[in-house]
Design a protein around this ligand. Structure first.
Ligand code: P71
Length: 437
């Protein structure tokens, strides 16, 4: 616990950037669900089974077996985290001038595509950009948009389409199996691969089970296998669904690409049987994957997110709807409608919530969107603040505290002043940028 006076100082010292706060100055930490979940007793026991051999650790083979059993991909390369996998696959498949369509950008994914010389093109359905649209699958790809991109640039210029399950920047919104099948059909016709960002695939599978006709009685585990079978390659940050504090994977069925990935891994990550991770971490990941596909776990997890969403809804606070899988996204553009996007409403709202209660959240708007290749600010339609819920960490009582704090800020919204950016780093600026009121 901190006092309001202390927090007012801490947020100025942090340049109004919640990434720059010290965690000991945070009361309830909803910055991210990445690496912040609690490992289970079984995972901690797995940590004690570390085989720290440099090469061929038994933990690697256990991880590979878990990936094949639960996700269906044949070959697994461990990486230090998700962006390590994104880097390797981008370097292997993208040539300068290539186009990579995907269902909304993700910051690290797009950056690695650009570093490899590619350009990301958003082909998500329009509803995803509208916080209030109640479309049940706002993560879906717009087939007409994708066809138009293929027609415009030609299949040769498109090494793959990125398909994300549970689209993070749209508010944790799912994609349907029916849509994925259509995407598969279209891309297969043109010989284009699908790279699956499966960071939150279990959460997406839950929404399919709840909302997609024909899936009510299918288990989360079965739905996940069905999703993965419709794609060729997967990148995953295991720090989310897979319930570990660190780690990622690059998985696939193509042995030639796997051989190239193994080779690049030794340059950037580590030997192909540990990829930047300790043996014990791979063992904890194998166990985490098996726990993450359990129906009761995922129902409790998303149930808690919904609980917070409902509390905010009762208070009339605008959020992205329907509620997403990993957090509740506040509609900062609407809450602070007196601030133009150039004054960073999302960044401002996150700072104000911290000042009110010590609850830490994350901006997901213009600061996160960054600049285009010409150096111009990108103005995303979604200007949001994410209240992200770690798995198996907080109680509903914590959620009550969060909702009450957001309400207090909401009630004094008209008096809140905007921000100006005083320091901007070159890459992924949201992590280290600094602001003044
Ligand atoms: C999240 C994160 C972590 C993060 C990353 C960048 C900016 C702010 C926070 C990471 C993801 C993700 C998806 C869908 C790939 C990564 C990268 N998310 N795909 O949401 O959500 O994984 O962090 O393990 O490198 O807070 P990595």
């Amino acid at each position: 616990m901190t006092t309001e006076k202390q927090r007012n100082k801490f947020i100025i010292d942090a340049g109004y950037n919640t990434f720059l706060l010290r965690s000991e100055d945070v009361y309830i930490d909803l910055l991210t669900d990445s690496g912040t979940s609690a490992m289970s007793d079984r995972q901690w026991a797995a940590i004690m089974m570390g085989d720290e051999a440099y090469a061929g650790s038994r933990n690697y083979y256990n991880l590979e077996a878990a990936v094949t059993k639960f996700y269906g991909y044949k070959y697994t390369l461990p990486t230090h985290q998700g962006r390590g996998a994104e880097h390797i696959i981008s370097q292997i498949l993208i040539k300068p001038g290539d186009i990579i369509p995907g269902n909304m950008y993700f910051t690290t994914t797009r950056l690695h595509q650009e570093i490899a010389g590619g350009t990301f093109v958003d082909v998500i359905i329009d509803e995803a950009h509208d916080p209030e649209s109640l479309h049940p699958f706002k993560g879906n790809i717009d087939i007409d948009k994708l066809s138009a991109v293929i027609k415009k640039y030609g299949a040769k210029k498109i090494p793959y389409v990125t398909v994300s399950t549970s689209v993070n920047m749209a508010g944790g919104q799912p994609l349907s199996i029916a849509n994925l099948k259509e995407v598969r059909k279209l891309t297969q016709k043109h010989g284009i691969r699908l790279v699956h960002d499966m960071t939150r695939v279990a959460e997406n599978a839950y929404f399919i089970q709840q909302r997609e006709p024909g899936y009510k009685t299918k288990s989360i585990a079965k739905i996940i296998l069905e999703i993965c079978a419709l794609t060729d390659i997967a990148t995953m940050s295991a720090k989310k669904d897979a319930l570990v504090n660190i780690g990622g994977i690059l998985a696939m069925n193509d042995v030639k690409i796997y051989a190239e990935a193994q080779n690049l891994a030794v340059v950037y990550e580590g030997l192909h049987t540990y990829g930047g991770l300790a043996g014990r971490d791979m063992e904890a990941m194998a166990v985490g994957i098996s726990e993450s596909v359990q129906d009761l776990h995922i129902r409790a997890r998303i149930g808690q997110v919904e609980y917070l969403g409902e509390k905010l809804k009762e208070r009339g606070i605008p959020t992205v709807l329907p509620f997403g899988g990993h957090g509740i996204f506040l509609n900062a553009a609407k809450i602070l409608s007196h601030l133009p996007q150039e004054q960073f409403p999302g960044q401002t709202l996150a700072a104000e919530i911290y000042k009110d209660s010590g609850v830490r959240s994350m901006e997901r708007g213009i600061v996160s969107a960054g600049r285009d290749k010409k150096g111009k600010n990108i103005f995303p339609k979604l200007e949001l603040v994410r209240l992200t819920i770690p798995r198996r960490v907080y109680t509903q009582a914590h959620m009550d505290v969060v909702a009450e704090s957001v309400e207090r800020v909401f009630l004094r919204r008209e008096k809140i002043k905007g921000l100006t950016m005083v320091f901007e780093p070159e890459y992924l600026r949201f992590f280290q940028a600094r602001f003044k009121q």
